[in-house]
Ligand binder design. Structure first.
Ligand code: GTB
Length: 220
């Protein structure tokens, strides 16, 4: 059955693969599921046709026959549950991999998103200069723990899983912040994820949307 996802027609990151269609593309590539992409403008995301798919008028969404899903984590989990390769077969290991999905999106990502908002949208506020170090301290607190847990392992819990896919996706959002520089094992972990052939195919596919654009990306 054909899978259709939605993605930005024009993303602020100009193809650096930071928007949330990227983990969905990556998961589909990991399991070898072909997919179509419906590109949406910001107006298109808020049009009734898309609001019927996504209650908040955002990307990504996922359509597979009569099934329509939103939320990148739910979509990646769905893909991982329907196809082999992204979740362990052993029930306990599978539960732990799912816990890492929630950890990536619920524990690690929030302060990282806060930082993006602080830099991109609140930089001109009088309190911004005082707030940014506080947000970055919260990020370091989470990275300290995550780095300690990963140690010298390649992946968070045995074989590469959907939990790693989402954790690497979240850490990539630190981009040029320099915050990963103090955590060589996490930087190497991200590089390992980015070196996977499925990641490269997904990255190339989203980049192709933006190659015609000459605009430069913001420093986030
Ligand atoms: N919790 C939802 C999920 O995980 O699917 C959040 C979805 C979401 O934030 N979607 C964003 C969106 O549609 C795009 S990904 N925004 C438009 C709107 O709300 O009107 C967030 C994103 C956007 C841009 C960058 N970037 O340029 O670096 C990174 C991440």
């Amino acid at each position: 059955m054909t899978v259709t996802i939605t993605a930005f027609e024009s993303s602020p990151d100009r193809g650096r693969g930071l928007a949330r269609d990227m983990p969905v593309r990556w998961a589909l590539e990991e399991v070898g599921q072909p997919y179509d992409v419906r590109l949406l403008s910001f107006a298109g995301m808020k049009a009734p046709a898309h609001l019927a798919r996504h209650p908040f008028g955002q990307i990504p969404t996922y359509e597979e026959g009569d099934l329509v899903l939103f939320e990148s984590g739910a979509i990646v989990l769905h893909i991982a549950e329907r196809h082999a390769g992204l979740l362990p077969v052993d029930a306990d290991a599978r539960a732990r991999a799912i816990a890492w999905i929630f950890a990536a999106l619920g524990s690690v990502e929030p302060p990282i998103v806060d930082r993006t908002i602080a830099v991109l949208m609140e930089g001109d506020r009088p309190w911004s200069e005082a707030r940014l170090p506080l947000v970055e301290d919260r990020i370091r607190g989470v990275l300290d723990r995550l780095s300690g847990r990963l140690g010298h392992a390649d992946w968070l819990d045995g074989a590469f899983s959907a939990g790693d896919l989402l954790m690497v996706s979240v850490l990539r959002r630190l981009g040029s912040s320099g915050l990963l520089d103090d955590y060589p094992n996490l930087a190497a972990y991200v590089a390992r994820g980015e070196a996977r052939p499925a990641f490269k195919r997904a990255f190339a596919a989203q980049l192709a949307v933006f190659t015609a654009s000459q605009q430069s990306a913001p420093n986030i």
